[in-house]
Structure formats: C-alpha cells, structure tokens
Write a protein that binds this ligand. Structure first.
Ligand code: URA
Length: 251
C-alpha cells in the first residue's frame, strides 16, 4: 500500500489475503478483525495504510515482491488462465496468485525452469529483448546434429518470416542428437525453429538456466521454491542496454 492512503477495510484485507470482499465482510461481522488492536465489525470502515490489521489474531502485512522458481512439467501452459489446460500458476499454493506473472514463457511441451514473480521491473530485465538475458536449454533432437551447426548458430541464422538473423547462440554438442543451447532472445518457438532451420527437429526441450539462475536439482517436476536473495539480486540492470529500435523480434 502507498503511505498515507485511506482504504476501505474490506478492500484492504482482501488485497493482502485470499479472502473475497464478501468473506471479509463475514469475518468482520464475526468480530475476527482488529485494526490497531480494536475489533472492527463494519467492513466499510476507513483505515489508513499504516494501520495494523489482524485477522483471527494474525498480523496481516502486504506481501512484498515475491519471486519463485518452478520446475515446469509437460502439459502445463505458461499463462495465468487457460480454458483448456492447467497453468503453471495452478502448481503454486500461494495467496493472491492473481498478482503473479511469468518471467519468460515456455511452450506447453517444454519442461524446466520458470520464474514467477509480482515484480514487473525485475521480470522486465529477463524478458525485454534489449537486456539480452541468456537462457540455456537442453534439447534432444530427432537427428544427429551436424558439427557446422555450432558455427551457424554462432553467426545467427534466418528463421522463416523474420526480418533479422537470430542473435549469436552458443551450441554445445553433448552427444549425437543431444545438445545444450544458450540464446539471448525470446522469439516465438525460437529454439525449435532454429533447429528446424537446419532441417532437424526438437523432440524434448528443457530449460536449465535463466541468466545466473539455475534450476534447482532438488525440485521435482511440478515443485517450486522461493528464490534466494542472491538469485533475485543476480538479475541486475546490465551495463549496456541496446537502444529501443535495434531490438529483435520477440514474443
Ligand atoms: N524455444 C522454444 O522453441 N520453446 C520454448 O518453450 C522455449 C524456447
């Protein structure tokens, strides 16, 4: 809450809990809410954002910015709502999920690291094409990879219906048809299209890393955890940010 602002009690409490305005009204009538230690039963009471609110004796404070990493399983979409498929937010057992967004989406059939936050400036540094945040993927390919793919990706390649080559990408060949690729853009289906441009096909794609944040091996598919302070702080403003009009075509 911004300082020095008056708010309705029911609105203030529903903003910092999972309760609807109607549920807050009921809780107030049941004398479960206190403001600065005094029971308040009128849900329309005006309170100050500096007031101390308690529900059932528990102090309610506005959640500060939240940062999570999730190990995305197959079949989940990176969207806040979807009529057809489960979303990655369905995997989070957190209050106020409507305030969260995904910092860099994955396709429904891609697995691995997804970052979720309610800090828009922080996620912008990951998703904005001007910031060149590196993302690393493991890919299992249908056909053996040619050795010259390393050079082709390093030079940048043309994708169908794109006006610019891809930015240099780093390719590490792990086995005949298993690679690790690092890109610093987020064009639509970029990794799959890059291998498609070489006449190959991605069978499995798994994101291992975003910037300096590495998917925690302890997280099984579908599990998540809070980011550490160091992980959050590692997403910093880079020294060089590309000017607005030279940005690539990203999703
Ligand atoms: N590139 C893709 O093709 N798919 C993803 O999910 C991420 C990057």
């Amino acid at each position: 809450m911004a300082e020095g602002k008056f708010l309705r009690l029911d609105k203030a409490i529903s903003q910092v809990t999972d309760l609807s305005r109607a549920e807050v009204k009921r809780a107030a009538k049941q004398q479960r809410i206190t403001v600065n230690g005094v029971t308040v039963t009128d849900p329309a009471s005006k309170i100050l954002d500096t007031d101390e609110l308690c529900l059932d004796g528990d102090l309610l404070t506005e959640a500060g910015p939240r940062y999570f990493m999730l190990n995305k399983p197959l079949g989940y979409v990176c969207a806040t709502k979807d009529g057809e498929h489960p979303t990655v937010l369905d995997l989070l057992d957190e209050p106020n999920k409507h305030k969260l967004h995904i910092a860099g989406r994955l396709d429904i059939d891609t697995t691995g690291l997804v970052l979720i936050t309610d800090d828009g400036q922080w996620s912008h540094r990951i998703t904005s094409p001007r910031h060149h945040c590196a993302k690393t993927y493991y890919a299992h390919l249908a056909d053996p990879i040619e050795d010259n793919a390393i050079d082709k990706f390093a030079k940048g390649i043309w994708l169908n219906n794109e006006k610019k080559r891809t930015k240099p990408a780093e390719l590490e060949i792990l086995y005949r048809n298993e690679v690790r690729i690092t890109i610093s853009e987020g064009r639509y289906h970029q990794v799959k299209r890059m291998f498609g441009a070489l006449g190959n096909r991605v069978l499995e794609l798994h994101r291992e890393r975003i910037g300096n944040i590495i998917l925690d091996e302890e997280l099984s598919e579908g599990e998540y955890r809070l980011l550490t302070f160091e992980e959050i702080a590692s997403v910093t403003e880079p020294e060089f940010v590309e000017p607005e009009n030279s940005a690539g075509d990203t999703d």
